[in-house]
Design a protein around this ligand. Structure first.
Ligand code: SF4
Length: 496
């Protein structure tokens, strides 16, 4: 019987019918789509096989792997669906480990679209599901340990008490969790907040079972040095190719896609800011030999602009476009059209180019992506502490210049970290008329591209989900869009 049960809040425990980018919707307000429909049609639960979740978030898989590499047996550790967790907790269970990305809805996307600071003052799906899981776990005599990208939101004692959390693990957990769990099982005292340590690239444990979205991490960290980023991003660590391929093989047993994950997939094994063409192409070629479909999580526009030939050759390797994969979508950060803000808050963002070239870098990168059948899902950041009207106007002009390129551009509120401080958190109440104008420009851009993108993206969904999502997108573009525009225009007037 398992001493350790690993799970995640329910919006992370879904493969989104293979349409991983729909996971973004879990940051939206729960009034958007009734929860029953949302969690049945858009985010159905992962299946279980022999009492274990067939897929799980990549972070959960990493902790599972770390435990198995450090003396825990398969029988002692089990990854399960949170909906059915009560079935799995027995009197032998000592620990329930929970992965969460955004437990209180304070991340950039949730705090923009939902909750007290966002456009709709309703909690996000991810927050509701995290709270629901914590309530459920209170009924059991187990230690609740929470980790994951959003664990920083639970650092305060008051919050941990409120949710009945015994230990929070902040940062990379692979090195610290096995010892922590061993101590808990043996009844030793442990700190209530544990800080992870950066794991060297060749010591990152290899997942034993497939992750949601077919995620396989190729590199950790970044090194571009944005002032609002977390410390573990300071150094880029690229994993050995053999470890990546092993995870790709494990993934291919249950998924028809491997999604390569890094903050910038193009900087795999990069030397500084110079793209390592040979290693990047080798990576894509080798992974493509294992699985027919290869996706990417994130890429940097400056890397695209500095290595257009690599982008083009990746598309050739993946044979884009093809029947299964019309394009390659990835998240990327434009963040601003203002070179002043780039220089002030994101000193390495444009490298190898200079901050003053940022606008041209972005436009050139969108052009290169368009030629190579890549679709940028780009973010903007609004509400930097020292932001001025002229910065936002430059961003509006940049978004207008990108109108011809198939893409999505999503403005998100600034979320402070490190030295920038909590008081600088942005909210809908702080928005000025020029912020609303930027919202309008982005809204129009997205409404132009949403239908054609959705048509391709939802192609492989199960019939009921496809029909539901098609109707939902048609409703948004054909009906809601007009009301949203009218609302934004009103806000522009009110805040002028
Ligand atoms: S680009 Fe900036 S915000 Fe993004 S991971 Fe790198 S340092 Fe962090």
């Amino acid at each position: 019987m398992s001493k350790v049960i690993l799970t995640a809040e329910r919006s992370l425990m879904s493969d989104y019918n293979g349409a991983l980018f729909l996971g973004f919707m879990s940051t939206g307000p729960t009034s958007m789509i009734p929860q029953r429909l949302f969690f049945r049609l858009i985010a159905p639960p992962v299946k279980e096989e022999n009492g274990r979740a067939k897929l799980a978030p990549y972070g959960t898989r990493k902790i599972e792997a770390a435990l198995l590499e450090n003396g825990f047996s398969e029988d002692e550790v089990k990854v399960v669906n949170p909906d059915k967790i009560e079935k799995h907790i027995t009197k032998e269970t000592k620990i329930v480990g929970v992965t969460t990305n955004d437990p209180l809805g304070l991340g950039p996307a949730s705090s923009t679209f939902s909750g007290e600071t966002g456009f709709v003052n309703q909690p996000s799906y991810n927050r509701v599901k995290f709270e629901e899981l914590m309530r459920k776990l209170r009924r059991f005599d187990v230690k609740v340990v929470v980790g994951g990208a959003g664990a920083w939101q639970l650092e305060e004692e008051r919050i941990r008490r409120k949710y009945g959390i015994d230990v929070v693990v902040i940062g990379e957990g692979e090195k610290v969790v096995p010892e922590l769990f061993r101590k808990i099982i043996e009844g030793e005292d442990v700190p209530e907040v544990v800080y992870g340590v950066a794991v060297p690239e060749d010591e990152i444990p290899k997942i034993r079972r497939a992750a949601i979205g077919g995620i396989v991490e190729i590199a950790r960290g970044c090194g571009r040095g944005c002032k609002f980023c977390i410390p573990t991003m300071r150094r880029l660590r690229s994993r050995p190719l053999e470890d990546i391929l092993e995870e790709a093989r494990v993934t291919a047993r249950d998924k028809d896609i491997v999604t390569l994950h890094a903050e910038d997939v193009l900087r795999y094994k990069a030397k500084g800011f110079t793209i390592n063409k040979e290693e990047v192409l080798r990576l894509f070629r080798e992974v493509h030999r294992i699985v027919g479909k290869v996706g990417i999580s994130h890429f940097a526009l400056s890397s695209v602009a500095s290595a257009p030939d690599v982008v083009e050759e990746i598309s050739e390797i993946l044979e884009l476009p093809n029947k299964e994969q019309k394009w390659l979508a990835g998240q990327t950060g434009i963040e601003t059209g203002s070179p002043r803000l780039i220089e002030k808050y994101m000193p390495g963002k444009a490298k190898p180019f200079s901050a003053s070239e940022w606008r041209d870098v972005v436009i050139q990168a969108f052009q290169i992506c368009s030629d190579a059948h890549w679709v940028p899902c780009a973010t903007l950041i609004v509400g930097f502490p020292d932001e001025r009207e002229e910065d936002i106007i430059k961003t509006i002009e940049l978004v207008e210049d990108l109108n011809e390129y198939k893409s999505l551009i999503v403005p998100l509120f600034f979320v402070p970290a490190n030295e920038l401080g909590e008081e600088s958190r942005f909210s809908v109440r702080k928005m000025k008329s020029y912020h609303w104008e930027l919202m309008l420009t982005c809204w129009r851009h997205n409404m132009k591209w949403l239908k054609p993108l959705a048509k391709d993206y939802f192609e492989g969904l199960p019939f009921a989900s496809k029909i539901f999502m098609k109707k939902f997108i048609d409703w948004v573009v054909d009906r809601v869009s007009k009301s949203v525009e009218e609302y934004i225009l009103q806000q522009i007037e009110i805040t002028r």
